[in-house]
Write a protein that binds this ligand. Structure first.
Ligand code: FA5
Length: 346
């Protein structure tokens, strides 16, 4: 009985020094475990009288309950303290904005080609066009044959192609492949645009890259005219540049359109005086286009007697250069953050 009387006060005394959960659990084990004072008392009860057993047993239970209550209260206190400590250490300051820049970190932003691509997609979506995608690795059918460029056609040399070793697959040289896929997947009337990367084995200069971006467009229906084509091209350019820009339309040859046009824009880098971007001619080739050739419609399972349409293949990088006054296409692919971060952030 004497031992039991001091157990609670001993426990309380030791409890005062405890601040961590593991220490608290050890203390509980020390007092209530098999080697603890209460277990010791209970083991020695076998020699006691029935009355002693009853009194000591009841007291032992009271002591146990008191210790468990003290333990739970302390546990709660420690947990609360630990949560508060964690909260104060892991504090997230949601008011942090521009100050990340003070720490030398770059705020994320979109690449200018992505920004302009998204802008053009929105313009065409607002005019009822779908936005399609297509694979970078293509076959001869989608890149050439379906576009009225058979194997022996000299037009295959107009775009220097990266071929795969099997001589059947290639990196698409233009987004016109998306025209073919788009036609095969739908019935007229339809209209869609298809932006993406294209690849050509070319020498680079201020206006040429080996990997660049185009945005294809196609509209097929009944009685589509060159007038419709010019309307959509002019709308696109005035929406993008937010002002009237000077353009010229001249005949252009592409096997997949007839008639075909080159739509050039007055160079906005030099104002038409002549520079390295426009190769001193004052105009930049930007938007080749034309009326879809009947053979192309046939390859897309469309009856050219009933339907016709227009198509265009916008040079996206060159448009970005004109819009932002960038005098060398290679800046766009440099990965230089000093260049990229000049454009709109999130
Ligand atoms: C084509 O690729 C045709 N598929 C476009 C087309 C589609 C015509 C539908 C008619 C109907 P071209 O090779 O001219 O055409 O390329 C289109 C545009 O891509 C060019 O006007 C130019 O703006 C851009 N471009 C061409 N080569 C490069 C290059 N190496 N680097 C950057 N831009 C380029």
């Amino acid at each position: 009985m004497q031992i039991l009387e001091s157990v609670v006060s001993d426990f309380k005394a030791e409890l005062q020094t405890i601040t961590k959960t593991p220490d608290l659990l050890n203390l509980k084990a020390k007092f209530l475990g098999k080697q603890g004072p209460i277990s010791e008392v209970m083991k020695n009860l076998k020699d006691a009288t029935v009355e002693e057993k009853r009194l000591i047993g009841a007291r032992a239970n009271e002591v146990k309950t008191a210790i468990e209550e003290l333990f739970s209260a302390k546990m709660q206190e420690i947990e609360l303290q630990e949560i508060n400590e964690k909260l104060s250490k892991d504090k997230v300051d949601i008011s942090l904005t521009d100050s990340v820049l003070d720490l030398g970190l770059q705020a994320a932003g979109f690449h200018p080609v992505t920004l302009v691509q998204q802008e053009i997609e929105d313009i065409f979506i607002s005019m009822g066009f779908e936005v399609l995608d297509g694979p970078h690795i293509e076959d001869e059918f989608h890149n050439f044959e379906a576009l009225n460029i058979p194997a022996t056609h000299p037009a295959r040399d107009m775009q220097d192609t990266f071929w795969f070793a099997d001589k059947k697959h290639l990196l698409r040289t233009h987004t016109s492949t998306i025209q073919v896929r788009g036609m095969l997947e739908r019935k007229p009337p339809f209209r869609f645009v298809g932006p993406g990367k294209v690849f050509r084995c070319e020498r680079t200069d201020a206006s040429h890259e080996m990997v660049f971006h185009q945005l294809e467009g196609m509209m097929v229906g009944e009685n589509i005219s060159v007038g419709n084509l010019i309307y959509f091209m002019k709308t696109l350019l005035t929406e993008i540049f937010k002002k009237e820009v000077e353009v010229r339309l001249r005949p252009g040859f592409f096997p997949f359109v007839e008639p075909g046009f080159e739509l050039d824009i007055r160079c906005l880098i030099c104002g038409g005086k002549g520079c390295s971007v426009c190769k001193q001619v004052g105009w930049v080739e930007l938007l080749p286009c034309g009326m879809v050739h009947p053979n192309v419609l046939r390859a897309g399972n469309i009856d050219p007697e009933k339907y016709n349409g227009f198509a265009f293949g916008l040079g996206l990088d060159r448009l970005v250069m004109m819009k932002y006054g960038i005098d060398d296409i290679r800046h766009l692919h440099s990965g230089d953050l000093r260049f990229n971060s000049q454009f709109k952030s999130f």
